[in-house]
Design a protein around this ligand. Sequence first.
Ligand code: DAH
Length: 343
Amino acid sequence: MPDDLNIAGVRDNFKNSLASAKSFNELDDVRVKYIGKKGELTLLLRSLGKLPPEQRKAAGQELNLLRDQIEQELNTAAIKIKASENEQLELNQQIDVTLPARNDFNGAFHPVMQTMHELVNIMQGLGYSVALGSEIEQDFYNFECLNIPKWHPARDMQDTFYFDNGELLRTHTSPVQVHAMLEYGAPLRVICPGKVYRRDNDTTHSPMFNQMEGLLIDRDVSFSVLKGTVSEMVNAFFGRELKYRFRASYFPFTEPSMELDIECVECSGHNKNCRVCHGTGWLEVAGMGMVHPEVIKAGKIDPEIYNGFAFGIGLDRMAMLKYGINDLRLLFDGDISFLQSGF
Ligand code: DAH
C-alpha cells in the first residue's frame, strides 16, 4: 500500500470525529470533512492519478472501500441520533395522567354589563337612542347647567373627585342631558348608561358605580308618560308586573321630582325580616321628574314649546336585585368564581 496516501490516518481521524458527533448538524460536519467536495477522503481519491500506475488499482479499491464504510457508519450514527432524539422528546412530553383536567373557561358578561344590555335593549325598543357622554366632565355640565350652582347643598350629597384643572369625574349620568339636547335638539329620546364616581367607599357604596340616565324632550309630555315609561322598563327587566309607588322627592334638575319604589322582588312585602327590603316591602330604584325649564334652556331648547322628563337608575342595584347578589362588593372585587357563576 502506498504510504504517502495515509489511508489509515484518515480512517482513524474519521472514527474519532464520528465518536464525538452528537447531533445531525455535527454528523453533517463529519460527512463534509471526509467525503464532502473537499473532504479528506475525496482529496485522496482525486490524488490517485498521481500514483505510479501499478499502485493505482489497489489504492483505489481501498479508498472506495473506506468511502463505503464511512457512508455506512454515518447512516448508522444518524439512525442512533434520531432514536435518542425521539426518546428525549418522549421524556419531555410525557403526560402525567394524575394531573387534574384543565377547566373549560368560558367568558361571561359581568352582571352589571348584563343588566346594562338588558335595560338598553328595552329602552331601544321604546325608541330611545344611546348616548355615552364622557366620564371626565366639566363642572358646568355635571352641576351648573343642571341647576346646581356652587353654593347648592346638593353638591354635598355628591362628594366629587376633582382634577387639578377643575375638571371632575362625573358624579352621575345626568350631564348627558344637556350634552344630548345641545347635540340633537328637540324632540329627543336618549339613554345614557355608564360609569359614575363619588368619594364614597363602604359596604354599600363603591367609589365607581353605574347608572343609566333617560331623557325625553317633546311637546306636551305628561307626568303619566314618565310613569308609564319607567314602570314598563322595570317590568320588562324583571319579567313580571310589579307593584309601584311614586314618592314625591327633590332633585334640582327636575320639577316636580319623585322617586320610584318597586315592590320587594325578594319577598313582595311578605317577610318582616327580609334581608333585601328590611321588612318595608319596598325598594327604591330610580329618581326622576319633569325636566326643569332652566335645564331645557341650558340645552338651547325653548321651554315654552318643549318639555320632557328625565330619570336616573342605579344599574348595580338593579343587577343585585335581579340576580340575587347580596353584597355590593362582589360586583367590584373581580372574584373569578363569582363571575363564572353565570347570570
Ligand atoms: N342624577 C341623580 C343621582 O345621581 C339621579 C336622577 C334623579 C336622575 C332624577 C334624573 C332625575 O334624571 O330626573 O342621584
